[in-house]
Design a protein around this ligand. Structure first.
Ligand SMILES: Cc1ncc(COP(=O)(O)O)c(C=O)c1O
Length: 188
């Protein structure tokens, strides 16, 4: 499987940084709308917290993020998984749930890392095109579900179209996924 995986790997292509556009076009004022970066900059509270830990960076951090998970969990009353960005989460989800021959469904075009995670594990990517107005077609997504489907990625708001999935569509999807999979298995 190693060669198969490597043959399908493509390096991540990040959005152009502001300095590169400034240098290329010889302009000063550039507003970057790509890459989901926060144009307002980091929170001053985050900066203070990071600075207060700088003298400890020679130690490994708490791998279980005990205090952070407890603080977030207590505030919002749900269980928390802390990762280094969403990319690590996508890789972890792929490694946990996907095996050779499995399928993932991605409404397309969308963020490239879902496909990367599937390729990593030898899973097949099933693309379901977005509608002409870039909205999601829940019936098309459901029709793509098979007995091999392990993950369905709904990127909302979607990168790169910015469209989101409406609550009623999400309910329709969640209520019918099991039925679509059972139909593919030939079960009642
Ligand atoms: C939809 C989506 N998910 C995940 C990421 C990556 O997020 P992170 O920087 O938190 O790893 C991006 C980055 O552009 C994104 O657009």
């Amino acid at each position: 499987m190693g060669f198969y995986v490597l043959a399908h790997m493509k390096p991540y292509s990040p959005g152009k940084p502001i300095w590169e556009v400034q240098r290329e076009l010889g302009i000063e004022k550039v507003t970057k709308l790509a890459s989901n970066e926060n144009p307002l900059g980091p929170s001053p509270l985050a900066l203070t917290a990071i600075q207060s830990y700088l003298s400890d960076i020679h130690r490994y951090p708490d791998a279980d993020t005990v205090d952070l998970r407890a603080a977030i969990g207590n505030k919002w009353q749900f269980k928390v998984l802390v990762t280094n960005g969403a990319d690590e989460l996508i890789t972890l989800i792929s490694e946990t749930f996907l095996e050779l021959g499995d399928e993932i469904i991605v409404p397309s075009p969308t963020f490239s890392e879902y496909k990367f995670g599937a390729n990593l594990m030898g899973a097949r990517v099933v693309h379901v095109p977005l509608c002409k107005d870039y909205s999601y077609d829940v019936d098309d997504i459901l029709a793509a579900v098979t007995g091999q489907t392990k993950l369905i990625y709904i990127c909302s708001p979607n990168n790169p179209t910015g469209t989101y999935m409406k609550k009623q569509d999400l309910h329709q999807l969640m209520d019918n996924i099991g039925r679509s999979a059972r139909a593919d298995w030939g079960a009642p």
